[in-house]
Design a protein around this ligand. Sequence first.
Ligand code: HEC
Length: 148
Amino acid sequence: MAQPGQPVLFVAASALVALAGCAGTNGAKPGEPTAQAVSMKGALADVARVRAYIYGSGSQADAAAAANQLDEFGKGLPTLFPPKSAPNEYVDMSPERVRAAPQAVTAAAQALSTAITTGERAQVAKALETMERNGCGVCHRPAAVPHT
Ligand code: HEC
């Protein structure tokens, strides 16, 4: 599982926390990506790490760490997209959507962690598909989430 002593992962995790702390929506300086975009890129990278495990090029431990990161990403969504203001700032962000997203993403991330623990790649593939459809899919059409 997520073993301590993987410095790269710890750096990524603390970067995420720092972003969440200063996520005034669209408070980025001109030319800089928003905190929301940076966080989304991280989520996509985590999805790619799980996919690498499914296809045999990534380790189980790295996939488990990525699933934990996706859980953290889910928990951080209310900070990135405050339910009170986000629907006014994003065209497609209905109040229902913004409220449903954190729970949907964390539930899918936890199911993903459980699947990774089994070591059964077919189960992990199913759980990742569920994440994309029911987690990311709350806000994105699955086909719109670019695959790496
Ligand atoms: C709460 C709704 C919501 C959920 C859930 C969500 N996204 Fe996003 N996503 C957005 C919004 C809004 C943007 C545009 C952010 C911006 O640029 O300010 C975005 C942008 C992106 C981008 C483009 C980032 C860039 O380069 O600008 C990617 C990639 C992405 N999301 C991937 C994902 C993945 C993978 C998941 C699931 C693990 C996910 N998203 C879940 C709302 C969501």
